[in-house]
Design a protein around this ligand. Structure first.
Ligand SMILES: Cc1ncc(COP(=O)(O)O)c(C=O)c1O
Length: 371
């Protein structure tokens, strides 16, 4: 039987390297609640990512929910329909109304030129997504936020290690939220984090993720349990030792796809603004009208060859039942996102994807183009 090629495969360092971390946990019997590995991972991630403060979480979704709580966001929040559903779900979990705004045709990130028209007296914040790890137009978004006194919370689930013109993209906005899910560039099995600019905000977030406790007898907010365990933090520390090699292999795979697909008519490889500072977390292509078959047909054809590409992001968040009756969810408000959702296909990309597998994937796409 052919070995299936999935869109991603989690990066797992050699098991033997993880054993000493487990021995340490067994020795000191600290499993969670901000233990030594948790503290060490926060410190090492701040250094690696070039950020001031980080709060580790059990996953990215709880981190998003908590970020909104930390800034006391309510009313309406402007966001993108072109993302993983957790982006908008975090708003609903806070009783906030999502207001969908269309995306930029080149980056598929929230289009700053369309944000202003969606602002109402109830708008309190903007929640953009650095989709595929391609950075948003952070300066344009900040300008609008400043003009209208709005907070900006970036869903940076895809943007681990991504840089922009002034350093880490994670330093933009009021808060940035990362996911360390198994499918991500940097994973802790499950996990996430909030990047914040000052110690006071970190303290509030740390309280919120620990039920609102300040000390044994004082609870200052209706917090949640969002703490990352020692096991996950230990795995993160080990991952961090291998991250450069994982990123560099991703860069090579990205370049190889681009080189081989450049002349295939009807296939457009999506570009980040700054290829060199990308993390190559995904490899999205857009199947254009002049390609002989549709995106769904290509998706199926690849599947027939044991290649499991994914249609990220289809359907649009705004098409799910809990959102589709919102005025901003209507199709004529989101033409660019709607078009991208039926054309996009994310090809497999992960550090152990080898040259032969890339060739096999490219060949299926090329063969169709010759029809
Ligand atoms: C854009 C985006 N936001 C949020 C999440 C949620 O993160 P998690 O799975 O860690 O809860 C994900 C992915 O899983 C995502 O892709």
């Amino acid at each position: 039987m052919k070995t299936p090629i999935y869109v991603t495969q989690p990066y797992l360092p050699p098991l033997a390297e993880f054993i000493p971390y487990l021995e340490k946990i067994w020795e000191n019997k600290i499993l969670t609640n901000g233990g030594p590995f948790h503290q060490q991972l926060e410190k090492e991630l701040c250094e690696y990512l070039g950020v001031k403060h980080i709060c580790l979480f059990t996953n990215g979704t709880i981190a998003l929910v908590t970020a909104l709580q930390a800034l006391r966001i309510n009313g309406e929040v402007i966001t993108t329909p072109y993302s993983f559903v957790a982006t908008a779900h975090s708003l609903l979990w806070n009783g906030i109304k999502p207001v969908f705004v269309d995306v930029d045709p080149n980056t598929l990130n929230l289009d700053p030129a369309k944000i202003e028209a969606a602002i109402t007296p109830h708008t309190t914040a903007i929640m953009p997504v650095h989709c595929y790890g391609h950075s948003c137009d952070v300066d344009a978004i900040q300008k609008i936020a400043d003009n209208y006194n709005l907070k900006v919370i970036y869903d940076a689930a895809h943007a681990f290690g991504v840089k922009c013109h002034c350093g880490s993209v994670l330093n933009h906005g009021d808060l940035s939220v990362l996911s360390f899910h198994a499918t991500k560039v940097f994973n802790t099995f499950e996990g996430g984090a909030i990047i914040c600019p000052d110690a006071k905000t970190k303290q509030r977030i740390d309280q919120l993720k620990n039920f609102g406790f300040v000390d044994e007898v004082t609870v200052v907010a209706p917090g949640i349990n969002g703490k990352m365990s020692e096991l996950n933090a230990a795995f993160g520390l080990l991952q961090l030792k291998h991250i450069e090699e994982a990123l560099s292999r991703r860069r090579e795979i990205d370049a190889s796809y681009r080189e081989q697909l450049v002349e295939v008519k009807g296939i457009l490889c999506l570009n980040g603004k700054n290829q060199a500072a990308d993390n190559h977390s995904y490899f999205p292509i857009l199947v254009q009208a002049n390609y002989p078959i549709s995106r769904d047909e290509l998706y199926q054809k690849l599947k027939d060859h044991g290649i499991f590409a994914r249609r990220y992001f289809y359907p649009l968040i705004s098409d799910f039942p809990m959102y589709r009756s919102l005025p901003s969810a209507q199709r004529d408000n989101l033409p660019i996102a709607a078009d991208a959702a039926v054309r996009v296909l994310c090809l497999p990309i992960y550090p152990t994807l080898d040259t032969d597998q890339i060739k096999k994937i490219v060949n299926v796409i090329k063969e169709v183009s010759k029809q």
